[in-house]
Every structure is written in structure tokens, then in C-alpha cells.
Design a protein around this ligand. Structure first.
Ligand SMILES: [Zn+2]
Length: 325
């Protein structure tokens, strides 16, 4: 990589700032949330709004961070998907630090709360720090007042608090499902045709199969059927009658997505696993007015007897549709 003299000097300043104790001076002049304004050129991976980005002011060679794009202050605000993504990223972090820097150990460091953060803004971030020797985290141990048993007792005596936080967390933050839920709908018209959607480029599966209308259930306040019908309306422009829905199949299913990570110029397939419910609505007017939108670019009615032979419909999907014959 050829850099201009200016850029080279700046890069070397970043590199040496911690070691030369210049960091605090530089930091004071920033004055805004740097994590809301990440520099794309330092990001090397991203998924579900979580990025892996190199630090400007690394503690050690190979140091990087896992940061949500959203400005949130605490782990409790992370959605199930974001948290799960971070869990995966810590796995990738450990592997990649060993591959690139030959260091087997990693320290994951995450700070919360105003005094602990001190100089840093409150946007949550997880440091991934290659750990080859203990000198990087010298602990300044304090003279203790409590023995281990006394310390345990203090927390045990706070049991009412712990229980109330546990309950509060359950109602406020705990997601209802560890596995995502997908609901989709077999729309069958009076000509014995099933409605399929061609997916927009950025939402395509791999292989590029046709799908039924429907998708991820994100909300938790409404029923699966209501969430499904809302999603279907977004995609096809029709609000179907909830009382006519019938559950045809419920299973754990896989979808293979074509994933693109532009930071490392990569595209590859990735499998996601869901609880997957398929519903049926029948006796629909073949001439019903529809409009493809959302992740759907085109709609197509396919004769139910032709579905077995269609090579752009997945085998598990055919099995499910077979159940209604
Ligand atoms: Zn922020």
C-alpha cells in the first residue's frame, strides 16, 4: 500500500500515541461519539449491524473491537440477534488473532457505567486484545475489607434485589425465542395455483429459490398469524382474512442465504436455522389485485401440479406443499 507522506505520518501518530502517552490529549479534542461515526476503512467485518473494526489507538498489535452500529450503552439493550452475532464474533476474533498474529490468548474487555468508562463515550464496545503476557493488564489490587465469605454474604443478602432485577429483565429485555421464527403462507387460488415470490437481489437465497410470501416474525405482541399477514401485505399488497388461515406444517428448517460482506470483498452462502410455520389460505380469487413490494420483486402463480417438477422451488418446500394435496 502506497501512502502519502501526510497519511503515513498520521498513521504513525495513531500507532505510537498510547505508548508515548499522547492519547489523552488527542482524545479530549474529539468531543463526539466516535463509535456512531466509524471510519469505514478500518472495518473488516459486519453482520446484523455489528462490526469488527480496528482501533486507531491499539494497546497491542492486532487489537480490534466489536461495536454495534446503534448507539446503545449497555449489553441489556442488545437484541437477541445482535447478542448472538457478538457471540459469533468473539469466536471469529479468537481464531483470527491466532491466525494473523500467532497469539493464542485473547482478552475480551467491555466496560459499562460512567466511572468505568472515564474518557470514553458510552457507546458500547468490546475490545478484542491479543494476550501473550500479563503485562498488558496490570491490576492495581486494593487492600480488601471483606473475606470471600463476607463478600458472598453481602450479595446473598441482596437476594431481594437480585430477584427483582431477574424479573424486571425477563419482562423488559428477555427475548421470547432463542431460535428465530419464520412464518410463510401458501396462497391457493380457485384455479389450483400457488402464489410464489421472486426475491429482490439483496434478499436472494442460495440457490435462488422462489419463496412463499411471509418471513421473520420480529414482534412479540401479536400472534404469529397477525405478524404473518402483516408481512404478506407488505410483500403482495393484500390483507388476507386471519380466520381463514390453517397451519399446515411446523418444523425446524434451514435457509441458505447468499451473504455479502463488502468490507472484505466476500460473498458466500450461510445457513440460518428457524422454527418454521407454514400456513394455508385457499379459495382465493385468481384475479385478485396484487403488487410486489418489500423483499419481493415479482409474483407468480404456479399450478400446484407443476410444483414437483419446478427446479426453482426447494425440496423441503415441495414436501410441505405436498401436504395440502
Ligand atoms: Zn454512539
Amino acid at each position: 500500500m502506497i501512502l502519502s507522506k501526510d497519511v503515513k505520518q498520521k498513521q504513525e501518530k495513531y500507532r505510537d500515541a498510547r505508548f508515548n502517552n499522547e492519547y489523552d490529549d488527542i482524545w479530549q479534542t474529539v468531543g463526539k461519539c466516535t463509535f456512531c461515526d466509524l471510519n469505514e476503512k478500518y472495518i473488516f467485518f459486519e453482520e446484523n449491524g455489528i462490526v469488527m473494526t480496528v482501533n486507531l489507538f491499539a494497546y497491542i498489535d492486532g487489537h480490534f473491537m466489536i461495536v454495534p452500529r446503534r448507539h446503545i450503552r449497555s449489553t441489556k439493550e442488545l437484541s437477541q440477534t445482535e447478542w448472538e452475532t457478538i457471540r459469533k464474533f468473539t469466536y471469529i476474533a479468537k481464531k483470527i488473532i491466532k491466525d494473523v498474529h500467532g497469539i493464542k490468548g485473547v482478552q475480551f474487555l467491555q466496560k459499562e457505567g460512567a466511572t468505568a468508562q472515564s474518557t470514553v463515550n458510552e457507546h458500547i464496545h468490546f475490545h478484542c486484545i491479543p494476550f501473550d503476557a500479563p503485562d498488558l493488564c496490570e491490576w492495581n489490587f486494593r487492600k480488601l475489607k471483606y473475606t470471600p465469605l463476607q463478600n458472598a454474604l453481602l450479595y446473598k443478602n441482596a437476594r431481594k434485589k437480585i430477584i427483582s432485577y431477574d424479573k424486571k429483565y425477563a419482562t423488559k429485555y428477555h427475548n421470547t425465542s432463542k431460535m428465530g421464527v419464520v412464518c410463510d403462507l401458501i396462497v391457493l387460488n380457485t384455479n389450483k395455483q400457488v402464489l410464489f415470490q421472486h426475491r429482490k437481489l439483496e434478499y436472494q437465497l442460495s440457490p435462488n429459490y422462489l419463496t412463499l410470501p411471509g418471513g421473520h416474525i420480529d414482534g412479540t405482541e401479536k400472534s404469529f398469524e397477525q405478524e404473518l399477514l402483516r408481512e404478506v401485505k407488505e410483500e403482495v399488497g393484500v390483507l388476507f382474512d386471519e380466520s381463514k388461515l390453517k397451519l399446515v406444517d411446523s418444523r425446524v428448517g434451514n435457509i441458505s442465504y447468499a451473504k455479502v460482506v463488502h468490507h472484505i470483498k466476500a460473498s458466500y452462502d450461510e445457513v440460518e436455522r428457524f422454527v418454521w410455520n407454514t400456513y394455508l389460505i385457499k379459495d382465493i380469487d385468481p384475479n385478485i389485485k396484487m403488487k410486489a413490494a418489500s423483499d419481493c420483486q415479482k409474483l407468480e402463480w404456479i399450478d400446484i401440479k407443476d410444483i414437483t417438477y419446478a427446479d426453482n422451488i426447494s425440496e423441503p418446500m415441495k414436501k410441505v406443499i405436498n401436504k395440502i394435496l
